[in-house]
Design a protein around this ligand. Structure first.
Ligand SMILES: C[S@@+](CC[C@H](N)C(=O)[O-])C[C@H]1O[C@@H](n2cnc3c(N)ncnc32)[C@H](O)[C@@H]1O
Length: 190
């Protein structure tokens, strides 16, 4: 039976407290590093070119030194439509939507073709990133690989799975409390 929410005060308090705690924790942990945020399709974004536009000096530095690696949480296959999940942000900030460029979006499902497109999509991302990597790069990808696609992705990207770490997912925002863990794949050049 669905009932309307009569008050959001409880959630407001919970999330407000959680946000302040996270900000304090981040403040204790953060180091004095320099960051630039680039948006684009990771299958074909020209990182050096885009960096140069945003910060020419940093762009030159990275072009010489190259990138040591990636730590990323890529999308899962057919689970979430990220544009929909964050629709309010596109609306509030006036960002252009690129729904069609989402890799593994929910509306494409989890069928054979969707999985093949997913494998190709993540492979294209890794092959694009390789152009910007230093020689002894490391890629860390957080994945719930229940269809065992990452060995194929590594193979097609000419990478090897150097290590796999298990990460238990404890505090899920969904009310579902079933034990669940993710793998962090550590990929390196083959
Ligand atoms: C699991 S989320 C991770 C988000 C963020 N990295 C984090 O850890 O909170 C996956 C993200 O990949 C983005 N994504 C999907 N296809 C993409 C593409 N072709 N290029 C760049 N990002 C993409 C999705 O929009 C989503 O934000």
């Amino acid at each position: 039976m669905c009932k309307p929410l009569f008050s959001i005060l409880k959630w407001w308090k919970t999330y407000a407290k959680d946000t302040v705690e996270r900000l304090c924790q981040f403040d204790r942990l953060r180091t004095n590093t320099f960051h630039v945020c680039l948006t684009g399709d990771s299958r074909n974004i020209d990182i050096f070119e885009q960096l140069k536009k945003v910060h020419p000096q940093f762009g030159d530095f990275i072009k010489k030194q190259k990138i040591q690696g990636i730590f990323s949480s890529p999308p899962y296959v057919g689970l979430i439509d990220y544009h929909e999940q964050h629709a309010y942000a596109y609306d509030l900030f006036g960002f252009d939507r690129n729904d069609d460029l989402e890799i593994g979006s929910m509306f494409k499902g989890q069928g054979r073709e969707a999985k093949q497109n997913y494998i190709q999509g993540i492979t294209d991302v890794l092959n694009n990133c390789k152009k910007y990597f230093a020689e002894d790069y490391s890629v860390f990808l957080v994945a719930n690989d229940k269809y065992n696609m990452y060995p194929t992705i590594a193979e097609m990207s000419k990478m090897k799975i150097a290590n796999q770490f298990r990460r238990p997912v404890l505090n899920r925002s969904e009310k579902d409390t079933t034990a669940y863990s993710e793998t962090i794949f550590h990929l390196k050049e083959r």
